[in-house]
Write a protein that binds this ligand. Structure first.
Ligand code: X8Z
Ligand code: ZN
Length: 611
């Protein structure tokens, strides 16, 4: 611990022990904003706040958990009541925080105030109530929706499991279209009716605290001027690789589905093995370059070996502990929801929860025994590992260095987990000799997961930022969505869409209000993290073959970054783990380099692009 930091904590301890009579409520409302410049008072106030916040946040976190794992009206009422109460309290806290003039405070205290005051704020209980109703309603529509088969069949399918399995496994053009359109018809229009009001409230909240609109709030998390331009440049750097992957996959799909797939236009969105065409690994069987090799898809082997869901979580846990990081605590195993319950409705979309008290961290997932969920288990556990590592930080610093960092932890681990080296060790693969052909086969599957995702991860918030800015208005919500889907992803709707459809609503993060650019950032920086952890391990050879299992050197480096939480800007955290201060595409490009060369050869003289 650096000396300054040690001094800071000592100060907090001394002050806390000797001045517990000083109360946060002692700060009078009459005082003018920015009128208190006494740092000692600020430290005491923050300390008291920290203690209170833990209890308040815990209450809300539990209510939220109870609702998402049991979506009854009662649980929704309880959650919204607590949320309203916490909101009032939060408004008071922010009002008091504004009384401080932090200009001459030490770095850490100043940063605490900065983070504390970030974000919008609704200042009217009626608005908060309505806002809570809308967001709960959107989530509930998404979670309850089912698509029914045509009579005489009475079968109705939810998204998970059901429609998602059809999208991944079916190779029947019309059945895929049925599931694709059915899901959008079921959730799009009802969510679309509520969405403009949701946008209105987010913007009111943002403007109340001085932002132009909600897009500024979302971008603020990245603490970089003109971050949008940075993102545009990063996207341009990776685009050639995406275009070559797209061209290759389009030809393979044309071989399978005939001239319903064009030679030089966008790909119909329902043929890529995923409800949102966001990751294409489920059509690995269609696009495999060397089908004679043992498949790196471990789903059949997991099933043959009678894998259980719990086993998947224990294997992930074992990876984290093998590199010296913390294992999941007993409460995690007791309180998490690993499978979809039969007796109640839940939000199935995988999520990790920091209850912010003790080491109570949990995962909620409707896990199935397949390769995809094997990856997602590691992804979610990465969130929990971050929670556990930064739990000694003051509450305002208990967050990722930025949202993308939080998404990248489990994925960084998973880059080792998917290597044939690791899967061989786990008895899930038995590739004896690894040749260049194996490399291409493996990298192609990885590209279907990681490269195919990039334009999707990029366009979602491009769409939302313009919605918040009022540049895209409700009549154009859907057409703009498809304009971006085609521009960036090179895909198109398989059937005519209209302004009464609301296809963005068919993606979980839209009704749940979760910002999405975090995944684009994560999918780039996880390769930077992976590369530097591999250096730490003294890995030799290409980075796509590197597996950091059991490397405590790699774990120590990762752990040091995780423990920082949000106490410093993300550039410092990036420096801690990689020695660089920027998001950089060279690691992901190096990882996929052999595949890029191979794809260019395959596409030589063929159509690339979709204009
Ligand atoms: O939502 C998730 C995680 C939870 S943070 C399961 N992901 C994105 C998605 O599913 O759309 C992980 C990858 C992208
Ligand atoms: Zn995540």
């Amino acid at each position: 611990m650096e000396v300054g930091r040690m001094f800071f904590w000592l100060l907090i301890l001394v002050l806390f022990c000797s001045t517990s009579h000083v109360s946060a409520t002692g700060i009078s409302d009459e005082l003018e904003d920015g009128s208190i410049d006494n740092e000692i008072l600020a430290v005491m106030w923050l300390q008291e706040l920290n203690t209170k916040l833990i209890d308040k946040n815990y209450e809300l976190a539990v209510a939220n958990w109870n609702y998402e794992t049991n979506m009854t009206d009662h649980n929704s009422v309880v959650m919204n009541n607590i949320s309203l109460e916490l909101h009032d309290w939060d408004t008071e806290v922010k009002k008091k925080a504004r009384k401080f003039n932090t200009e001459n405070f030490s770095y850490e205290i100043k940063r605490m105030f900065k983070l504390l005051l970030q974000g919008g704020e609704l200042r009217n209980d009626e608005q908060v109530r309505r806002y809570n109703t809308i967001t709960t309603e959107m989530l509930s529509i998404y979670a309850h929706a089912k698509v029914c088969r045509d009579p005489p069949s009475t079968e109705c399918l939810p998204l998970e499991p059901g429609l998602e399995s059809i999208m991944s496994d079916s190779r029947d053009y019309d059945e895929l279209l049925w599931a694709w359109k059915g899901w959008r018809d079921a959730v799009g229009p009802p969510i679309g009716k509520l969405y403009p009001e949701y946008v209105k409230f987010r913007n009111i909240a943002a403007r109340n605290t001085g932002y132009n609109d909600e897009s500024d709030v979302w971008l603020e998390n990245y603490e970089e001027d003109d971050f949008e331009t940075v993102l545009d440049e990063l996207f341009q750097e990776i685009k050639p690789l995406y275009m070559h992957l797209h061209a290759y996959v389009r030809r393979k799909l044309r071989d399978r589905y005939g001239d319903r797939v064009s030679t030089d236009g966008p790909i119909p969105a329902h043929l890529l093995g995923n409800m949102w065409a966001q990751q294409w690994d489920n059509i690995y069987d269609i696009v495999r370059p060397f089908p004679d090799l043992e498949s790196v898809d471990i789903t059949p082997t997991m099933r043959e070996q009678d894998y259980t869901v719990l086993q998947m979580f224990h294997i992930a846990n074992n990876f984290f502990t093998s590199i010296g990081l913390t294992g999941m605590p007993p409460t995690f195993w007791k309180k998490s929801m690993f499978v979809k319950p039969r007796d109640r409705d839940v939000v199935c979309h995988g999520s990790a929860h920091d209850m912010q008290k003790g080491n109570d961290v949990r995962i909620k997932m409707c896990t199935q025994i397949n390769y995809n969920d094997f990856y997602t288990v590691h992804h979610e556990m990465g969130h929990c590992e971050y929670y556990l590592q930064y739990r000694d930080q003051p509450l305002v610093f208990r967050a990722g260095a930025n949202h993308g960092f939080h998404e990248a932890v489990g994925d960084t681990i998973a880059l080792s987990v998917v290597t044939p080296d690791y899967l061989n060790k786990m008895g899930l693969l038995s590739v004896e000799k690894f040749t260049d052909r194996h490399d291409i086969d493996f990298l192609l599957r990885q590209a279907l997961v990681k490269i195919a995702f990039l334009p999707f991860g990029f366009m979602i918030d491009k769409w939302r930022w313009d919605v918040f800015r009022g540049i895209t208005t409700p009549e154009d919500y859907n057409s703009k969505w498809w304009e971006l889907r085609t521009k960036y992803q090179g895909i198109e709707a398989p059937v005519e869409r209209s302004s009464t459809d609301f296809d963005p609503g068919a993606k979980y993060h839209i009704p749940s209000g979760t910002p999405y650019i975090r995944y684009f950032v994560s999918f780039l920086i996880q390769f930077q993290f992976h590369e530097s952890l591999c250096k730490e391990k003294n890995h030799e050879g290409p980075i796509h073959r590197c597996n950091i299992y059991q490397s405590t050197a790699a774990g120590d480096r990762l752990g040091a970054m995780l423990r920082m939480g949000a106490s410093r800007p993300w550039q410092d955290a990036m420096q801690e783990i990689t020695g660089q201060r920027k998001i950089d595409t060279s690691s992901i490009k190096r990882y996929f380099d052999p595949l890029f060369t191979w794809l260019q050869e395959q596409n030589y003289g063929k159509d690339v692009g979709w204009d």
